[in-house]
Design a protein around this ligand. Sequence first.
Ligand code: PBG
Length: 327
Amino acid sequence: MSFPEHRPRRLRRTPAIRRLARETHLVPSQLVLPLFVREGISEQVPIGAMPGVVQHSLDSLRRTVAEAAAARIGGVMLFGVPEKRDAVGSGADDPNGILNVATEAVVSEIGDALVVQTDLCLDEFTDHGHCGVLQADGAVDNDATLERYTAMGLAQARAGSAMLGLSGMMDGQVAAVRQALDAEGFTDTLLLAYSAKYAGAFYGPFREAVDSQLKGDRRSYQLDPGNGREGVREALLDVEEGADVVMVKPALPYLDVLADVRTAVDVPVWAYQVSGEYAMVEAAAAHGWIDRRGAVLESLLGIRRAGADAILTYWALEAAHWLRADL
Ligand code: PBG
């Protein structure tokens, strides 16, 4: 009988060796918690398709952000759910609009204790639910939308947002917002470009979370799920336009794109584990079909392994507590 020449199992024998041999690590500072704040409510409202996630009132938002700071996660990403909507999304750049009011409230409460980020997109604020303003024929008008984004970006910077999450997938949005910010002296405001954002089914539960008015789809601006190279191209363009961080979204169905973007750029690369990814695990776990904690941590680790420096995830707080307990 001949002995095996190679024994990779040696590196897996004990928990101590496995811990030392682990290539990829996940720590709370790599997690960003998306939060929804709804105008005109005093009690938080549960989101049916995202068990455990709620629409916050201003008060419950403040409490949760304080909790996030205490848990020392990387940051929070705020989304606003306005009471009134119109064709151009006026609430988005109104200093009294819910997202700007919430940003100011949160920043005045926690300061620089964690990175307060804001979604820069019109879809929550338009009555047609699209990420931009529309032409007469109903198509999204790219360049007119850029003017709305620069106004929205300035309003968010004035409200104290440290990082603007450009999630609308309009051409030239990073350069346009960067120029407008710089011209007003907001040279320190960070830009997170949702560079490779794919059109598809995984945003379904989020649309309930923000009470989206969208009919139709976003396929004329978000990427086709079959296109990996195009995702890399978008990331390269965003870096050229001045993005401080680029992102791939959703995460799990696009790990190949994440890995390719990681090798193509030298800025941080983040991933968004979106609402549909969250809902799938929660639904299976609720049936007892999957180990919830195991599946959550394994999915986050896999996203890190593929190349994400940080991850937006609705499990950020809970995962941070689990990771601390495991130390
Ligand atoms: C656009 C935006 C969306 C998400 C984040 N920013 C929705 C969309 O593109 O339809 C989805 C996030 C998720 O599904 O968790 N403002």
